[in-house]
Design a protein around this ligand. Sequence first.
Ligand SMILES: Nc1ncnc2c1ncn2[C@@H]1O[C@H](COP(=O)(O)OP(=O)(O)OP(=O)(O)O)[C@@H](O)[C@H]1O
Ligand SMILES: [Mg+2]
Length: 227
Amino acid sequence: MELLRVQHLCKSYGEGEAKIDALRDISFSVQKGEFVAIVGPSGSGKSTLLHILGGVDSPTSGKVYVDGTDVYGLNETALAVFRRRQIGLIYQFYNLIPVLNVQENLTLPLLLDDRKVDNGQLNRLVHTLGLADRLKHLPNQLSGGQQQRVSIGRALIASPALVLADEPTGNLDSKNSGEIIALLKEFHQNLNQTLIIITHDERIALQADRIIAIEDGAIARDEVIRP
Ligand SMILES: Nc1ncnc2c1ncn2[C@@H]1O[C@H](COP(=O)(O)OP(=O)(O)OP(=O)(O)O)[C@@H](O)[C@H]1O
Ligand SMILES: [Mg+2]
């Protein structure tokens, strides 16, 4: 079953002489449950693409369908709801709310959506993430690896259809990096989530089912490595 379809996506920034074509006619689809790595040089358009897939930046032209929904056909309110329910975003620099503790950061997406926190589900998540004894800590009282585990939990708590990670291990040492990728893979396999990770690390890319290489705003290669 197809979960994501991208059609003729273009994104330009600026105008006239300063105009930059960050994405030039990108089309591809991703099946439900697939794990895709996006690779490519700095400035090639990877983050721009991921943000557009996640509904946080809009394309100049082209279409994005997630689970059949025409994402940029939604009005602003519906788009915000779509993002909260269907998309889990993970960033290199965690983006946690500094004044909220671990438990509050984790459950924020549910509270914003007026949904109740299921304590059983929260407990399981917290144990899988190894954060059970850190629930009342603030982000600045955590290590980088712990902060990234909170941001993974926050991205996954609402059971999104599509998990998008932009260099999630770019700020971590190799031990923490390995743990974070192992966690993402565990969730991906157990919850049959669709996972798209941007990475500069070839060892991570080679763990994916498929590698899409972006160069100069276009798809240069699209290879299935694990059918
Ligand atoms: N808000 C913006 N305004 C103008 N230009 C932008 C903006 N965001 C990105 N760009 C440009 O679009 C191009 C693609 O940027 P993008 O951040 O998607 O690259 P990237 O592949 O993620 O690079 P990196 O690996 O360094 O993170 C770059 O040339 C960048 O300068
Ligand atoms: Mg980037």
